[in-house]
Design a protein around this ligand. Structure first.
Ligand code: SAM
Length: 220
């Protein structure tokens, strides 16, 4: 079972194959399409220590991330040579450095007043970190905490779930549409077979792996 302890253990044991050594290319390519006003808050669910955080901050946005692991957050600041302030609230430890605010705690403890005025959500390796049984709760909670007007760039993976246990989990496009279509108009920006770029997963048994990039535009 992939519970919170699973993720804390992965960080402790440095089993973080999901961490990308560079800023995500889809984020760089598609962010301009969203026309997010400079200075606006943007939200990164389950943010890890992604380099995307600093990149978004450098573009002039106020970055709000939520991450379970203290180790992940403190590694992020150390590896980016950023000083931070840490304060504890009733629900989170809040780390602030310039226009970056990382909340250490559980995504499901977020409330909509934590994300007020947020314009843009960037979901890379967050939805796909959730098991199929947990995803209804994830979609529902996401829609309850983000402001109605916010748009989202969502990156998913799809493969035969019988070939690998996950995480990452396979999230079918139909599922994304079913769960988000009441709130967003959904545009599939690109879908690519990326198995040749992930030899590690071919080794564990995957025969095909599709990465999909969605633009979700608020219609609420
Ligand atoms: C697959 S990683 C992706 C991290 C990041 N988005 C990236 O692109 O590198 C998923 C992350 O979500 C965190 N996480 C898992 N469940 C969480 C929860 N309920 N609340 C907050 N963070 C969570 C894990 O600790 C892990 O760092």
């Amino acid at each position: 079972m992939v519970d919170n302890q699973h993720w804390l253990d992965r960080w402790k044991e440095n089993r973080i194959g999901f961490h990308e050594p560079a800023v995500n290319q889809h984020l760089k390519t598609y962010l301009p399409q969203f026309a997010v006003p400079v200075g606006a808050p943007v939200f990164l669910p389950l943010c890890g220590k992604a380099l995307d955080i600093t990149w978004l901050a450098q573009q002039g946005y106020e970055v709000i991330g939520i991450e379970l692991s203290q180790l992940a957050i403190e590694s992020f600041f150390a590896e980016n040579s950023l000083d931070y302030e840490r304060v504890e609230s009733d629900r989170f430890a809040i780390y602030t450095s310039g226009n970056i605010r990382l909340l250490q705690g559980d995504f499901y403890d977020l409330r909509n007043d934590d994300l007020s005025a947020c314009h843009f959500v960037y979901d890379r390796a967050a939805l796909i970190a959730m098991e199929v049984t947990d995803r209804p709760r994830y979609y529902e909670h996401m829609l309850s905490i983000i402001p109605q007007a916010s748009n989202m760039l969502l990156i998913t993976l799809e493969y035969d779930q019988a070939e690998m246990l996950g995480p990452p989990f396979s999230v079918p496009t139909d599922e994304v549409i079913q769960n988000y279509q009441t709130a967003f108009s959904i545009d599939l920006l690109e879908a690519n077979d990326i198995i040749d770029e992930r030899p590690r997963w071919r080794k564990v048994g995957l025969t095909a792996l599709r990465e999909s990039v969605f633009r979700l535009e608020s219609c609420r």
